[in-house]
Design a protein around this ligand. Structure first.
Ligand SMILES: NC(=O)c1ccc[n+]([C@@H]2O[C@H](COP(=O)([O-])OP(=O)(O)OC[C@H]3O[C@@H](n4cnc5c(N)ncnc54)[C@H](O)[C@@H]3O)[C@@H](O)[C@H]2O)c1
Length: 484
């Protein structure tokens, strides 16, 4: 099939490339001509694992090309996907100006009937609203289908190629069967092609993201409870996850969700509810809980340092909103950085892919490092804000040699607390009992010395002895006094 994709961002480029890889002729169109030129020259505007190879392979056999000339791009296309951004507007609603502009531009350049497919995440009624707008521009008949995308940055190619389901909303059976034909290589008995009205398809995307965000905010709140009561979230996770009604997915605590989807989609869902006079109590709570969660790691670090924070240096490992992407939109790492800078902390940052994007915002307010260990020189603590796998098994001996104070604040629960403590580190995770040499006074009563993996370091290890139950902030405040 001949396909045009309007909008060559994270979704458009992955969609176009995977459709080309499955044998279609695809043109990706973007209004930013510099992006188009970069792609034509073999460069990549985004980092997504495995994408560059697929783009190059399909370009080299002539199945994939790029243009900023929309009229040329859509001329032969049987299906025209719209994958432009739908960012949050000031009211919280999705800003649909990109969709209206792209749709009307398509309408203005159509010379024969076309099927337009909305891939972007759009509120209910957008399909119908776009049809009205396009009909004002052209007399040529057209169809509009709604086909929300569920891929995740970082595993986008696998997600597109092996979707849990494909959702398509359209009014005419001919349109549904055309899209069924296109998606045939990607669907199977347990990866169904689900058809419904455009309104249901539009809402399905929001409901999915709202539920996933709810799970994240829920487990984050429970992890804060664990920390306050000295329960261990890892144990609680196991305790609930084996219940088949609950399961394990999206139930890992962390620094809050970010990215270009969850935050804006939850707020757009709130706006949608209010527009019809329905309350959105749960979504408002999820959004508020997430905003608060983004500040937990920074607050913990600042409580730990107390009044000495201004003299301290913190290394931040991970800037992207999640691993395997360079996307920093609404990244919790940026909230952490802002909180630390505001308190006068010197901040050194590193990330395998996102440094340039962060540098474009913060400039010389931060110090940037390619290597995770380079960022540690002279640091008083390291904060892990993104779950990159390179951070999972750090060289504690090297870290000890580089850092001024050995303290780890693990916002993603990547590390084994006891292993960090055995190497002489104070370790504080999310919803875990903090442990290590700088842990608060009564924690020290619970530690025994064991042979250290680093012989130069005394090795405190937490036992299972019962501990006093006091809130973290009180305990940190007391401990701070002992090393400030
Ligand atoms: N990023 C994700 O993980 C993800 C996942 C599922 C759904 N979505 C949804 O998909 C949509 C696109 O998201 P994204 O992250 O790819 O956005 P993006 O900002 O990365 O890309 C959008 C692209 O569209 C281009 N564009 C805008 N208007 C245009 C026009 N009139 N003509 C041509 N090009 C135009 C922009 O230049 C940009 O390159 C959004 O609605 C988003 O909510 C995103």
């Amino acid at each position: 099939m001949k396909i045009a994709v309007v909008g060559t961002g994270y979704v458009g480029l992955v969609t176009g490339t995977c459709l080309a890889e499955s044998g279609n002729e695809v043109v990706c169109i973007d209004k930013v001509s510099a992006k188009v030129e970069l792609l034509r020259r073999g460069g990549m505007p985004i980092y997504e694992p495995g994408l560059a190879e697929l783009v190059h392979r399909n370009m080299s056999v002539g199945r994939l090309w790029f243009t900023s000339d929309l009229s040329k791009g859509i001329a032969d296309a049987e299906l025209i996907f719209l994958a432009v951004g739908t960012p949050q507007s000031d009211s919280g609603a999705a800003d649909l100006n990109g969709i209206w502009a792209a749709g009307c531009e398509v309408a203005a350049h159509m010379t024969e009937p076309k099927i337009i497919v909305i891939k972007s995440t759009v509120p209910v009624g957008t399909n119908a609203g776009l049809a009205d707008r396009m009909a004002c521009v052209t007399d040529i008949p057209f169809d509009i289908a709604s086909n929300p995308e569920f891929l995740k940055e970082g595993s986008a190619i696998n997600d597109f190629n092996h979707p849990d389901r494909v959702v398509v909303g359209a009014r005419r059976p001919e349109v549904l069967s055309k899209l069924h034909e296109l998606y045939q290589p990607f669907i199977s008995i347990d990866r169904p092609f689900l058809t419904m009205t455009p309104e249901s398809a539009e809402l399905t995307k929001y409901v999915a993201n709202c539920l996933l965000a709810t799970k994240i905010s829920f487990i984050n709140e429970m992890s804060n409870l664990c920390r306050g009561y000295e329960a261990v979230i890892d144990d609680v996770q196991r305790g609930i996850g084996y219940d088949k009604r609950i399961g394990f997915s999206f139930l890992s605590p962390g620094v809050g969700y970010g990215g270009s989807c969850f935050p804006k989609d939850i707020r757009a869902a709130i706006h949608m509810a209010k527009a019809i006079g329905e309350p959105a109590r749960m979504m408002e709570a999820v959004d508020a809980a997430n905003e608060a969660q983004k500040r937990v790691l920074g607050r913990t670090i600042l409580e730990y340092f107390g009044e000495t924070a201004r003299e301290k240096t913190v290394a931040v490992w991970g800037l992207a909103f999640k691993a395997e992407t360079d996307d920093i939109r609404e990244s919790p790492a940026l909230v952490l950085i802002d909180d630390l800078l505001r308190a006068g902390v010197s901040v050194r940052v590193t990330d395998p892919e996102a440094i340039m994007n962060v540098c474009a915002i913060y400039g010389d307010k931060l110090t940037y490092f390619d290597g995770q260990y380079d960022a540690l020189a002279g640091a008083d603590a390291v904060a892990i804000a993104t779950e990159w796998s390179v951070y999972r098994h750090p060289d504690y001996v090297a870290m000890s040699g580089l850092m001024r104070r050995r303290a780890i604040f693990d916002g993603r629960n990547l590390l084994e607390a006891s292993q960090a403590a055995r190497h002489g580190f104070f370790y504080c995770g999310m919803g875990r009992v903090a442990m290590g040499v700088d842990a608060w006074t009564d924690m020290r009563l619970d530690i025994t010395l064991e042979e250290s993996e680093d012989a130069s370091v005394e090795a405190p290890v937490a036992t299972n002895a019962p501990r006093k139950s006091k809130r973290l902030s009180t305990r940190i405040a007391r401990e701070t006094a002992s090393f400030a």
